[in-house]
Design a protein around this ligand. Structure first.
Ligand SMILES: Cc1ncc(C[n+]2csc(CCOP(=O)(O)OP(=O)(O)O)c2C)c(N)n1
Length: 353
């Protein structure tokens, strides 16, 4: 039997807005000026929430927090493309996507304060709580997307996960399941180059993460994850296909500009030069240049957005603190076992000082 090629694949890479803020007219999504400004404000709101959350944590007023700084375009662009009844199935770093879907910022802070109320899903919202076990939630999204199809509903499940998660068996299983059962699912991988201190090159030998879907019989596409318009466009197309039972993987190529979580110090594993390079490619700056050069954003509007964002986040912090005032931190010891073992009792006593 002669040798022959029985399978070949290619992966497309998309960028609508260049690093200098130049738009490719063929790829520009059709969004009104108001929608463009909304995208901008959502990214600014997420950035400010993260910055304020980090300082609260540094002052001992917040628990562990995982910032999305640098990943705003990947999250806001994708979540903005979703229809109201689509499902969001997030990991632990999706503050920007959650804000885009209407989550109140004080709830995100509650979650970081250890209050389960922060993970509560508002009535009627098609959302799942943050998933901490890496790579677990794509399986949930494959099941949800399958279920929606069985019930003849058009809703798509959109799940978020990182580059590190693509090394988990669960993620391959999710792709496989989605492919076999035509699940109405879009997998959004935020390739932010790091899984805590593990660099991409130590994570995979694959050229792209998008191609990891191909063995499961589903398409994968890569998009510049710091280009909010490109992400919106690509995810919009993926959603359209997923509604027809064609799941897709979208790899958003981005960079985690801040720490993994507030308990991490990235200077231990990456150099300042690399961070500076990515600072110059910041997704908000790039979009701002585009909006300014196209007369959509002026100084007055910029200040207005900044002030509104500042006061919203300040209010959210107040609200989060008020809600947390009655929380008894010692509760974390009380509901683990029916009868508290002596070692935990010792810790409780120490906690109560
Ligand atoms: C199953 C599992 N293993 C390990 C961890 C510890 N852990 C938390 S985040 C993380 C790295 C995740 O990296 P990535 O998937 O790239 O997402 P990112 O944090 O960059 O958003 C690890 C190993 C975990 N939460 N769950």
């Amino acid at each position: 039997m002669p040798r022959e090629t029985v399978a070949e694949f290619s992966v497309e890479s998309v960028q609508a807005l260049s690093e200098d803020g130049e738009i490719d007219e063929d790829l520009a999504p059709s969004l009104s000026d108001d929608q463009l400004l909304e995208l901008y404000e959502l990214m600014k709101r997420s950035r400010r929430l993260d910055e304020r959350a980090i300082s609260l944590q540094r002052r001992g007023e917040l628990g562990t927090y995982a910032p999305a700084i640098g990943q705003e375009a990947a999250q806001v662009g994708s979540a903005f493309a979703m229809a109201d009844d689509d499902w969001i199935v997030p990991s632990f770093r999706e503050s920007a996507a959650l804000l885009t879907r209407g989550t109140d910022p004080h709830r995100i802070l509650w979650y970081a304060l250890g209050m389960e109320e922060g993970a509560e899903i508002p009535d009627g919202a098609n959302a799942f709580p943050p998933s901490i076990p890496v790579g677990s939630q794509p399986l949930h999204a494959a099941g949800i997307g399958w279920g929606e199809g069985i019930q003849d509903r058009p809703n798509v499940a959109v799940t978020y996960f990182g580059d590190g998660a693509t090394s988990e068996g669960d993620v391959y299983e999710a792709f496989n399941f989605a492919g076999v059962y035509d699940a109405q699912t879009v997998f959004v991988c935020q390739n932010n180059r790091y899984a805590i201190s593990t660099r991409l090159a130590d994570q995979t030998a694959a050229e792209t993460l998008a191609q990891k879907a191909i063995a499961a019989g589903i398409d994968g596409v890569r998009v510049d994850g710091n280009d909010v318009l490109g992400v919106y466009r690509v995810v919009q197309e993926a959603l359209k296909r997923a509604r027809e039972g064609e799941p897709m993987l979208v790899e958003t190529l981005t960079y985690r500009r801040s720490m993994h979580t507030t308990s991490d110090d990235p200077s231990a594993y990456r150099d300042a030069e690399e961070e500076e390079e990515w600072e110059a490619r910041d997704p908000i700056v790039r979009f701002q240049v585009y909006l300014e050069e196209n007369g959509i954003l002026d100084q007055e509007r910029k200040e207005e957005v900044e002030q509104r964002v500042e006061s919203e986040i300040s209010e959210a912090i107040e609200r989060a603190k008020e809600g947390a005032a009655d929380v008894d931190g010692a509760d974390m010891f009380r509901y683990v076992y029916d009868e508290m073992p002596p070692y935990l009792e010792g810790q409780l006593q120490e906690f109560e000082g």
